[in-house]
Every structure is written in structure tokens, then in C-alpha cells.
Design a protein around this ligand. Structure first.
Ligand code: PLP
Length: 432
């Protein structure tokens, strides 16, 4: 078989998968080790046809897939890989760009800057900020905090809320910084009055925390950071996408005074894993932290940007291609419509929970995630979640708020309909 024939078969498989994914159990119904036990312990000696790979993808691998593309995937932060971006991934692999300096990929270097400038404008970020793509928000936050440490090597603390993502702790551990956790208020927002920036090189404000999507006060923190000479990094990994709709921009009021912000296109912007967008108004600080040019990479090219100067990786994938495809093929209107629909569906679900005796809403809902629980013991709530997930009908995850076990329904798939949300609610109630 030729590349062309195999390619047609692969695209055919992808198209049929997306058509039938709704019928598959959302959470993989396998036990640990099951996939491994079905595959040989060693690679084959003789080459095998690609058709065999495709067959085993269907028969052996697919049963072990938790379907993030399923319309009733409501766990963590639900995502979508939109069709144009899936195709762009194929094309990016075809071109196989390794964009460490400009000349190794003028295309990836410049398209990344174009796509991030477009997205910055769509999200209402200030013009002129430097943007680049990292694999994940964990890496983006690591890069931002490395820049902060570079500017203030004497200050060894990072301040963030007790609800900040663990990626802040991980970055601090790698950078030799101490994390100072600030308590939150009744709506799970960082309490600015409890912030102490003495000896801190940075603060992290979260716009859309992982548990409840609460929003820290960016403007107040920006003012405090300016006064203390600390870097303000905004982690908007999930909720940053919502800023494509002006009505949500209250959530990052003061953003123009932040030093950096991360938004994951692979969370709520229809882009397949991985694509984390990091913008900064101080690219010089990122370069100071990361630029390291060995002899073999020296050139006389007169260029503004070599991507490897802005983060830990040298080689970089052509991630901008899929983001560019999403921005073009959905457009501002498509992105806005889906974000608004997800928030509408979440509001609807929240109403159903409020209206049903025996159920409670457990946190305010700024965006498309509803935190709720059965008015019962933690064990009973955990058992409900287990039953729902084991049914394969829907997949939800949990958190703990004020010491109580809480269920989360996160809407973020572009394939989710009102019927899907209704079905999840029916399955939840039946699981009691
Ligand atoms: N920040 C927030 C608020 C998150 O919710 C997450 C993950 O869900 C992250 C950062 C880490 O994201 P990534 O998996 O891209 O490192």
C-alpha cells in the first residue's frame, strides 16, 4: 500500500471515529495492564504494513481509550480537537519542522507569531506583547517564573492562592523557589488582603482555577506586584479562552499590567493537545532566562525571534499550524458561539441541580464548570461518581471544597449538546 492509500484509510478511520464516538463508553472500561497484555513484548523483526497498525488501533488500542472527544466527557476541563486542527496535525508531521532558530523553520517561527498576535487580539490582550507556544501550561508557567527569578535572583518566593494549579508548585520546585499559599475567600478567590510579597520574585493569579474556575483579583495583584517589584503571571489556562467574548473580560481586568499570561488552546479553544500560548510584555526577561546559543546555532541571519530563546526546549513542533487552522476555520464568531453555548449549558445544568431536592450547588459558576453534590456523605457522593463513570454514559471528576467531596461537570466539547447534558443529569440521578 502506498502512503496515499494508507493516508486515505487513516483519514477514513478518523472520520468514522468522530461519527461513532458518541456511542462508545466515555471512560475506558479496561483494567490496568490490559492493553499491555494484548501486545507482543518486542517490536517485530520484519516490517509490517500500516494496515495492521490501523487494525490494532481499532481492536486493541481503542478499548483502552478514554474518549476526550466524546460529547459526554465532562471531567477535568473538557476539550475538543476540531477537524481542521486534526488535519493540520497531519500536515505539521508531514512538514516535520524543528523550529529552534529562525532558519530551521522560518514558517513555524513566523506563523507562531502571527497566530499568537491574532489570538491576543481576539482575547483582548494589549497589542505588542510577545507570544509563543509551549507544550503545556506547566511549561509556560515554568518559563514565566524562570524569567521572574532572573530579574530578582535575591527574592526566592512565589505567591499564589491555595487553589492555584500544582504546576506552580512544580515550577517552583524546579527553580528552587518557595511557594507561599494565600487563603481564598468564600468564592474561592485569592484574598488580596492576605498577600505578602516580601521576598517574592513573582505572584501567580489564576483566572479560572482548576477546582471551581474562580477568578483571582488580577488588577489588585498587579498593583501590589508593581509596588513590590514582583512579576505577575496570570494562569488563564482554561478560562482565558472565554475572553474571546467581551462579556467575560471582567475576569481579567488589569491584565495589561500583568507580566505574562498563559492560555491553553488545547483546553477550550478547539485545538488538539498540545498547544499552550504564553504571552509576555517583557520578552527580554524570558530571553535572559533561556537564551543560550552554542556555536553550531550561530548564524548571521538578521532576525527578531529564535523560538528556543523563550523557553526550556530547543526543538519545537509546528504547533502554530493547528492553531492557525482553528482561528481561520472557526473564526471569531465560531469561537464566541461555542463558548457562549457551553456557558449556557452549564447554567442550565446548574438550574436543574438547584431545582432538585437533595442536590446542592457547591460553588459559584463563572464559566462552564458546575461544582455540585448530593446532600449526603462524602462516601455517597464518591459512590455516585463511580457508578456514573462505570456506566460509560458520561465521565465526570471531583474535587474537595471546604473539606467536602464535590462533583464537577465541565463543559468544553464542541460536540456536546443539550441532550448530552440532560443525559448526564439523568444518569447522575439514577445513580443515587
Ligand atoms: N493551570 C490550570 C488552571 C489548570 O487547570 C491546568 C490543568 O488543568 C494547568 C494549569 C496545567 O495544564 P497543562 O496540562 O497544560 O500543564
Amino acid at each position: 500500500m502506498s502512503f496515499r492509500d494508507d493516508g486515505h484509510a487513516a483519514v477514513e478511520w478518523a472520520a468514522s471515529y468522530l461519527e461513532r464516538v458518541r456511542e462508545l463508553p466515555v471512560l475506558a472500561q479496561v483494567r490496568p495492564g490490559e492493553l499491555r497484555s494484548r501486545l507482543p513484548p518486542s517490536a517485530p523483526d520484519a516490517p509490517e504494513p500500516f494496515a495492521d497498525v490501523l487494525r490494532d488501533l481499532e481492536e486493541v488500542v481503542l478499548p483502552a481509550v478514554t474518549h476526550w472527544q466524546h460529547p459526554r466527557f465532562f471531567a477535568y476541563f473538557a476539550t475538543t480537537a476540531a477537524e481542521p486542527a486534526i488535519l493540520a496535525e497531519l500536515l505539521a508531521a508531514t512538514l516535520n519542522q524543528v523550529a529552534f532558530i529562525w532558519r530551521t523553520s522560518p514558517a513555524a517561527t513566523e506563523l507562531e507569531q502571527v497566530a499568537l498576535a491574532w489570538l491576543a487580539e481576539l482575547l483582548g490582550l494589549p497589542p505588542g506583547w510577545h507570544g509563543h507556544v509551549e507544550d503545556t501550561a506547566s511549561t509556560s508557567t515554568l518559563a514565566a517564573l524562570a524569567a521572574a527569578r532572573e530579574l530578582r535572583p535575591d527574592a526566592r518566593a512565589v505567591v499564589c492562592s491555595e487553589h492555584a494549579h500544582a504546576s506552580v508548585d512544580k515550577a517552583a520546585r524546579l527553580l528552587g523557589l518557595e511557594v507561599r499559599k494565600v487563603p481564598v475567600d468564600e468564592a474561592f478567590r485569592l484574598r488580596a488582603d492576605a498577600v505578602d510579597l516580601d521576598g517574592a520574585c513573582a505572584a501567580v493569579a489564576t483566572v479560572g482555577t482548576t477546582s471551581t474556575t474562580s477568578v483571582d483579583p488580577v488588577a489588585v495583584l498587579a498593583e501590589r506586584c508593581e509596588a513590590a517589584g514582583a512579576w505577575l503571571h496570570v494562569d488563564a489556562a482554561y478560562a482565558g479562552a472565554a475572553m474571546v467574548c467581551p462579556e467575560f473580560r471582567w475576569a481579567w481586568e488589569g491584565i495589561e499590567r500583568a507580566d505574562s499570561v498563559v492560555v491553553n488552546a488545547h483546553k477550550w479553544l478547539a485545538t488538539p493537545m498540545d498547544c499552550s500560548c504564553l504571552w509576555t510584555r517583557r520578552p527580554d526577561a524570558l530571553r535572559a532566562a533561556f537564551s543560550l546559543v552554542p556555536e553550531y546555532l550561530r548564524t548571521t541571519d538578521e532576525v527578531e525571534v529564535n523560538l528556543s530563546d523563550y523557553g526550556p526546549a530547543l526543538g519545537r513542533r509546528f504547533r502554530a499550524l493547528k492553531l492557525w487552522a482553528v482561528l481561520r476555520c472557526l473564526g471569531r464568531e465560531g469561537l464566541q458561539a461555542t463558548i457562549r453555548e457551553h456557558v449556557r449549558l452549564a447554567a442550565l445544568f446548574e438550574e436543574w441541580v438547584r431545582a432538585e431536592p437533595g442536590w446542592q450547588v457547591a460553588a459559584p459558576r463563572p464559566f462552564s464548570v458546575v461544582c455540585f453534590r448530593r446532600a449526603a456523605s462524602d462516601e455517597e457522593n464518591a459512590a455516585i461518581l463511580e457508578r456514573v463513570n462505570a456506566s460509560g454514559e458520561a465521565f465526570l471528576s471531583h474535587t474537595v471544597l471546604d473539606g467536602r467531596y464535590v462533583l464537577r461537570l465541565a463543559i468544553g466539547s464542541y460536540r456536546t449538546t443539550e441532550d448530552d447534558v440532560r443525559r448526564a443529569w439523568d444518569v447522575l440521578r439514577a445513580a443515587v
